[in-house]
Design a protein around this ligand. Structure first.
Ligand SMILES: [Zn+2]
Length: 114
């Protein structure tokens, strides 16, 4: 399950930022569709890996999945790529570049003192 690896990497980034006197109330994450993250699996992996850790008690995990973005090499327009259809919706060209969809970032994190 590749979500476990993602959750582990996420926690390795977060752990040094919060000591035992803090609690993380909310984490907002953003992934590009090409990262193939399944929200439910990531939530499950996260709750298993943080079980018993008071810093992560009742932490709300918000996961946003961004669509794949493409740019047409002919008309230069940018657009969302739906269902992996590699064709420009404006001019019909199939010569397009992938410009987004690989994002993997922590957007926001809310921490409170306990
Ligand atoms: Zn085009």
């Amino acid at each position: 399950m590749h979500e476990t690896g993602i959750a582990k990497r996420l926690l390795s980034v977060i752990h040094p930022m919060v000591d035992e006197k803090k609690r993380i109330t909310r984490i907002k994450l953003r992934f590009g569709e090409l990262k193939m993250v399944q929200k439910e699996l990531l939530e499950t992996a996260f709750s298993i890996l943080t079980r018993g850790d008071k810093r992560f008690r009742d932490t709300i995990l918000e996961i946003e999945i961004r669509p794949v973005r493409g740019k047409c090499n002919i008309c230069r327009k940018e657009f969302d790529i739906k269902n992996f259809e590699m064709r420009c919706p404006f001019c019909g060209e199939t010569s397009i570049d992938i410009t987004g969809g690989y994002e993997s970032e922590i957007v926001e994190m809310e921490v409170e003192d306990v």
